[in-house]
Design a protein around this ligand. Structure first.
Ligand SMILES: Cc1ncc(COP(=O)(O)O)c(C=O)c1O
Length: 469
């Protein structure tokens, strides 16, 4: 029985290829959305005593595919990632097939060397001369890891002795930064209230003079400022904080300077747009998600540190000699430098993708995404009923529809976004800027074309007009 069911058969290949092909068809809905109660009734959510046949397993997979959102569809514009990548899929497939863990060179020899080569390469692109780093489980954990290194750097005794709470530690990020900085403040015992939010300009960029004021006030209160986190590509507006100025302030006040490039780090590939990250080379650490703009399946997230040694000092503990053996090429083990024990190979899919597309394609992709965002902005400006909600500085386009006879514009736009996304025609997200609801359009699919941008606005305007009649 086991022998028979061991191999991928033609049915599986067909299921995969049909799915990929259907994603290409504009008539395929992005989602078959059902509310949770209704979906629970459609699915078989029982866990059986006895195993099932391979045929039944395929039916379960078919059901999974039918009700899952097609994030590889070109009208999936909802998240800061979308699309489908063949080398990415192959990377995930062969990662699972070889199923190893990144802790030691001995069990992951090829993946360890690939990961280290990617760290060197991407660190070099960031402007770090001799970087260290590792892949971790996303941008949120990159921000956590950065804040943890900074905390232990500021108070080296904390690693062993725990908190010495006489003086609160304070961290500084912009009001537009990702919520994961607050999560990090919570986990690390800093306190979310001590992760200070610095005001931004209209574009969503941190105001350096406000940063100086806030750090000075914190010092005057007897607190210990230790960390500043700038963002290269904010989640809603796509803004890039002025890294050079923030870096100079961090240096002046002796703070760890981290850059969250989870979303916008990929702009580094473009000789035209990398100016947005000018000053990054002086950062102490940097997080860069390859699973966003580089188009890989989740998760592929690269954490970089400018100077070697911090990861080991911060993350290593005793009692690991059952796994890390100096006798067995221990110096090459990444595990002691990681917060995780078992760690999935996330490097292979990036490695394969880089081989397949090459760096030039990444640069061109960034240029394309910028051009499509600019095109979307122009459509909004040219359409009387559409209004830009924030200046567009990179990939994100924030806008809303102004209805004819409806007073509550926010409620209308919420309804519009919901109707459009649930219809399966175009799946897009919303956010709030202050109190106002904004639709946030993100164009980040490898295969996006100008036509896809037009289709999105056609679908949106049609739905809006129906609601507004
Ligand atoms: C600026 C920024 N930082 C961090 C994150 C979190 O990244 P992840 O989802 O990989 O944890 C996001 C997610 O969208 C983000 O936009």
């Amino acid at each position: 029985m086991l022998d028979k069911n061991r191999y991928l058969d033609e049915k599986v290949l067909k299921m995969v290829n049909d799915y990929i092909q259907e994603n290409q068809d504009p008539e395929t809905p992005v989602t078959h959305f059902l509310p949770p109660e209704e979906l629970s009734q459609r699915l078989n959510l029982n866990l059986p005593e006895e195993g099932c046949s391979l045929e039944d397993l395929y039916s379960t997979i078919a059901e999974y595919l039918q009700y899952s959102v097609r994030t590889g569809h070109r009208q999936f514009l909802n998240q800061l990632w979308s699309g489908y990548s063949l080398p990415g899929l192959l990377g995930d497939l062969f990662t699972s097939l070889t199923n190893t863990s990144m802790y030691t060179y001995e069990v992951a020899p090829v993946a360890t060397l690939m990961e280290k080569a990617l760290i060197r390469k991407m660190g070099g692109i960031a402007g770090f001369k001799d970087p260290e780093g590792l892949f971790l489980t996303g941008g949120s954990n990159g921000n956590l890891q950065a804040m943890m290194i900074a905390r232990n750097h500021a108070l080296p005794e904390i690693k062993q002795r725990g908190f010495l709470p006489s003086q609160p530690l304070t961290a500084f990020v912009s009001e537009e930064s990702h919520y994961s900085f607050d999560k990090a403040g919570n986990i690390l015992g800093i306190g979310t209230g001590n992760v200070k939010k610095i005001r931004t300009d209209a574009e969503g960029r941190m105001l350096p003079e406000e940063l100086v004021t806030s750090i000075s006030e914190s010092r005057d209160l007897g607190e210990l400022p230790f960390f500043v986190g700038a963002t290269a590509g904010t989640t809603v507006k796509g803004a890039y904080d002025p890294l050079e100025e923030i870096s100079a302030i961090a240096r002046e006040f002796n703070l760890w300077f981290h850059v969250d490039g989870s979303w916008g780090g990929t702009a580094l590939f473009s000789s035209r747009h990398r100016v947005l990250l000018k000053g990054l080379e002086a950062a102490d650490s940097f997080i860069w998600n390859a699973h966003k703009l580089m188009g890989l399946p989740l998760i592929s997230s690269v954490f970089l540190v400018r100077e070697k040694g911090h990861l080991f000092r911060t993350n290593s503990v005793k009692g690991t000699d059952y796994i890390f053996h100096d006798e067995a090429f221990g110096a090459h083990d990444i595990g002691p430098r990681s917060l995780q024990c078992g760690r999935r190979v996330d490097a292979l899919k990036l490695w394969l993708s880089w081989q397949f597309f090459g760096e030039k394609e990444y640069a061109e992709r960034v240029e394309r995404f910028f051009a499509f965002a600019a095109y979307a902005e122009q459509i909004i400006k040219d359409t009387p009923r559409l209004e830009l909600m924030a200046p567009r500085t990179s990939f994100n386009v924030c806008f809303r529809y102004i209805p004819h006879g409806v007073d509550d514009i926010d409620a209308f736009n919420l309804k519009l976004r919901e109707e459009l996304s649930r219809s399966g025609k175009s799946f897009v997200n919303f956010a709030r800027l202050g109190q106002a609801v904004t639709i946030r359009l993100v164009i980040a699919h490898l295969e996006h074309t100008q036509k896809d941008v037009e289709t999105f606005f056609e679908n949106l305007l049609k739905t809006a007009e129906e609601l507004d009649s």
